[in-house]
Design a protein around this ligand. Structure first.
Ligand SMILES: Cc1cc2nc3c(=O)[nH]c(=O)nc-3n(C[C@H](O)[C@H](O)[C@H](O)COP(=O)(O)OP(=O)(O)OC[C@H]3O[C@@H](n4cnc5c(N)ncnc54)[C@H](O)[C@@H]3O)c2cc1C
Length: 828
């Protein structure tokens, strides 16, 4: 009995010491005291074992002892197994900042740090721009005309976008730009997502490209010349990195610049001779200035001793001799300007290098540093805007589309995708807004940029697919009335650009996070590079303390013991506590995977992807909680909070299970399973009750629908009709219409209306005659039904409308009926 008591006390004591990361002296005290107690109380065996444990802790844990014999051996081993970080990778790792992602990596997230990013909202000029200029621009877009007829935005819209400064949102006011906050940029792009071609056209110059590069690294002369011209659209920029041989592996680019001298107007000019082939460059066909990435060589050593000067960026005017630009690619679904650029022996002076000669060889660092912000904003905002429009249209359509005598929105099979769309839109909105808010506080979220880009564009894919499904044939049939199909087919663009999603998920998020966000790994690698054993000892044993701490936290929290205190009340608290629990498990698994696989983890992308999934889902869930805490909640939003958090946390747990099951070291996988999920999974997919509730609200005129569609284009006073506004108006009237539908349908079912009254319009007229409804209701229903029918209508075209080459048209109806085999035989 005494032995059992000592064992239990030792376990509890060690778990407390580990959870608090109290270090070797505290563990030594627990084992030493209990060991001595065992000897004194005649429990000799356990007493001796505990004292042996204490001795082991002393030798391994006390710095003065371990540095004599243990650390040198560990350091030697570490040098052998630690991954080699190339210069390119190091650049990527050092770019950007670490904030909430680092907290999640630590296994003990301090929620106060997240909540400290206070939201100050938008400035008045930003709000006005969103309400006025964005609505006007959206009202000028006719998706069918843009995609199918002219394959471009109309001239009038281009002029408006330039005049109103859409292309200079990131450029400060002193250079003539709008100087918008990250939050405002995001909301503008979300609103412009009413048309994906316009969203991309505006998004790209405001993302990674000449504007941002000049702002951060340009010489004063370059800034003074280009920034005002970029702000008002006199210059249209593009940025060429990708080529036929260099896609995801952009640093393998084979394009070259050679330092040379050329005589121009009788004067010898020092410059670069460029040879390059770029493709898929957005805005290239119309760009007036090309940002270009290439490798710079100085074989004649005109600039110094070094021949290979590394990746360098330059800005080249369109009319530079030798540059072939203007041809177009045809991006799927959306005709935004995109095309190749080829340069043969293009000579440019040295001052075209962005940042001047000082920035030679710094190109990759410049690009990666800029990417951390742009990648958090442009595509994630486009995805969120698209998600919200698709949700709004789908909620409206499924309410007014009746089958089996009821709106299809009443059917559970349709409610499931409607709720999923709402949940994903809610998560996206919270994540992009809260991350933009962090950027406005000065953060440059490198790892979250990969999370937002890949996760939110994957959500966009799911949402668009669900939206297509619930619209049935209405969205399948292309034509001016189809507001969804073109955007749906353009979705792969977002999946592929700015770091293709497969690569981002498998390689980048955890790969970058493991080193960048981990509290100690970067220090350990730096100690290795500097051959500094003292620094290694400090980082390594702090790291060991963290591993034990995370194991103890994950295990005890898994049993519901000593729950983390969180600054959230009400329904959010339970999720915040569980994010803390899963974060401890994540920290432990990350270390376990790195320790057991070493540099092989880079190749084990499926493990790395799942670790990235855990981090991503915890990050997204945290953003939802932050948004919930900061915002004013509306009726029905709580269901959406539950739905979203459960959706994300069950995905995080699923990723954990797949890690346990697939770690090459099977025993380690099993141990981790017991430590991280001692009582099994805690989260299932969101309950159907939530789905029913959410689907009903997003398909009716409700506070929740209004909140989800806040700041979308919802006016119907532009040049083009606005389907979202039309659905919103129908939903306002829907309750009244539903009562009338029911009265008339009931009467029809009872035989009070003639059997031939099959159309709702006929029932209205006969119902009026028979006094079932009054004249006012009849008039209301005539208008309502006419609008419903208009929203259900699809386009049709002349027989020869689609064939580009009319001479190939076959007139099927004038052809003789094909002969049967027998007839053919008899003719022979
Ligand atoms: C419409 C459009 C617009 C674009 N605009 C621009 C622009 O303005 N400027 C510019 O410079 N570039 C632009 N790009 C290029 C874009 O950034 C690249 O397409 C993208 O980086 C992916 O390269 P890739 O298409 O060659 O795919 P590849 O690199 O050939 O990849 C093929 C597949 O392999 C996967 N993959 C690759 N490496 C790994 C890995 N290590 N682990 C796991 N999976 C991996 C990828 O995820 C992808 O699924 C644009 C592309 C398109 C299609």
């Amino acid at each position: 009995m005494l032995t059992l008591l000592l064992i239990v006390l030792a376990i509890v004591g060690l778990l407390v010491v580990m959870r608090r990361e109290a270090g070797a002296p505290a563990a030594l005290a627990v084992l030493g005291v209990l060991g001595l107690a065992g000897l004194l109380l005649d429990a000799t065996v356990i007493g001796v074992l505990l004292l042996i444990g204490a001795a082991a802790v002393a030798v391994a844990g006390l710095p003065a002892l371990r540095r004599q014999w243990l650390t040198p051996r560990l350091f030697a081993m570490f040098k052998k197994v630690a991954p080699k970080v190339s210069a390119t990778e190091r650049t990527a790792l050092e770019a950007g900042s670490v904030s909430w992602d680092g907290e999640l990596f630590s296994g003990k997230p301090q929620w106060e740090k997240l909540l400290a990013f206070k939201d100050t909202g938008l400035r008045d000029d930003e709000k006005a721009f969103l309400a006025n200029q964005c609505a006007t621009a959206a009202g000028m877009c006719n998706a069918w005309d843009i995609a199918q007829e002219r394959a471009d935005l109309p001239q009038q819209l281009w002029d408006f976008l330039k005049k109103e400064g859409f292309f200079g949102m990131i450029i400060p006011k002193e250079y003539g730009g709008l100087g918008f906050s990250a939050k405002a940029q995001s909301m503008v792009l979300q609103k412009l997502s009413a048309n994906e071609t316009m969203m991309v056209t505006v998004g790209v110059p405001n993302s990674l490209g000449p504007g941002e590069l000049l702002l951060k690294y340009g010489t004063q002369e370059q800034k003074d010349h280009y920034l005002p011209r970029l702000s008002d659209g006199r210059e249209i920029p593009c940025f060429g990195l990708t080529g036929p041989r260099a896609g995801s592996d952009a640093t393998s680019l084979p394009d070259t610049g050679v330092v040379c001298k050329q005589t121009i107007n009788g004067e010898e000019v020092l410059g670069l001779r460029l040879n390059f082939e770029k493709r898929w460059i957005t805005l290239a066909p119309i760009a007036t200035v090309v940002g270009l990435a290439f490798r710079l060589f100085d074989p004649e050593k005109l600039l110094g001793d070094e021949e290979n000067r590394g990746i360098t960026l330059a800005l080249i005017p369109r009319d530079t001799a030798g540059m072939d630009i203007g041809r177009r690619h045809h991006p799927i679904g959306s005709p935004f300007m995109n095309g190749p650029i080829i340069g043969k022996d293009v000579f440019v002076p040295l001052d075209t290098i962005i940042g001047g000669p000082d920035m030679i060889g710094q190109g990759w660092r410049m690009l990666v540093e800029c990417l951390s912000i742009g990648r958090c904003i442009t595509l994630p905002s486009g995805a969120t805007g698209t998600a919200r429009y698709a949700l709004g249209w789908s909620g409206g359509f499924t309410r007014v589309r009746r089958q089996f005598n009821v709106p299809v929105a009443e059917m559970e099979g349709v409610q499931e995708p409607l709720a999923r769309m709402a949940g994903l839109a809610y998560i996206s909105q919270a994540t992009v807004y809260q991350t933009a808010n962090m950027i406005d506080h000065g953060e440059k979220p490198a790892v979250p940029s990969g999370i937002l880009k890949s996760q939110l564009t994957e959500f966009q894919r799911v949402i668009l697919s669900d939206a297509m499904d619930v619209h049935g044939g209405k969205a399948v049939t292309l034509g001016p009335r189809n507001y969804l199909g073109i955007g749906y087919s353009a979705n792969p663009v977002a999946i592929t650009v700015e770091g293709a999603n497969i690569m981002t998920r498998n390689l980048m998020i955890f790969g970058q996070g493991a080193i960048r966000c981990h509290p100690y790994v970067l220090d350990e690698l730096a100690a290795k590079d500097a051959n500094d054993m003292q620094a290694f000892d400090k980082a390594f044993f702090s790291h060991a303390g963290l591993i034990f701490g995370n194991a103890a936290r994950a295990f005890t929290l898994g049993f519901g013991l000593g729950k983390a205190s969180v600054p959230f009340d009400g329904p959010a608290a339970v999720y915040a506590k569980d994010i803390a629990r899963l974060s401890a498990g994540f920290g432990l698994c990350a270390d376990a995977a790195m320790a057991s696989l070493g540099s092989a983890l880079k190749k084990r992308e499926m493990i790395s992807a799942r670790l990235g999934d855990v981090l991503s889902n915890l990050y997204l869930a945290s953003m939802v909680l932050k948004q919930w805490q900061a915002g004013s909640q509306v009726e029905g939003e709580e269901a959406l909070l539950h739905y979203s958090c459960r959706f994300l946390l069950q995905r995080a747990e699923q990723a954990f299970v797949e890690i346990f099951d697939n770690l090459p070291n099977r025993a380690l996988g099993k141990i981790l399973k017991v430590v991280v999920m001692p009582t099994g999974r805690r989260w299932d997919k969101p309950h159907d009750d939530f789905a029913r509730d959410i689907a009903t609200r997003v398909s009716t005129h409700s506070a929740l629908r209004t909140k989800l569609l806040e700041n979308t284009w919802d006016a119907d006073d532009g040049e083009q009709r606005n389907p979202l506004a039309r659905y919103n108006a129908l939903l306002v009237d829907y309750d009244r219409a539903e009562v009338i539908y029911r009265t008339l349908n009931k009467a029809y079912a009872k035989g009070e209306l003639p059997q031939t009254a099959l159309h709702p319009e006929a029932r209205v007229e006969i119902g009026l005659e028979k006094g079932l409804i009054n004249a006012e209701d009849a008039e209301f229903m005539r208008t309502f039904e006419a609008e419903v029918l208009e929203m259900l209508t699809v386009d049709d075209f002349a027989y020869d409308a689609f064939a580009k080459n009319k001479s190939t048209l076959i007139d099927h109806n004038s052809q003789p009926t094909p002969a049967t085999k027998q007839e053919e035989e008899s003719v022979k």
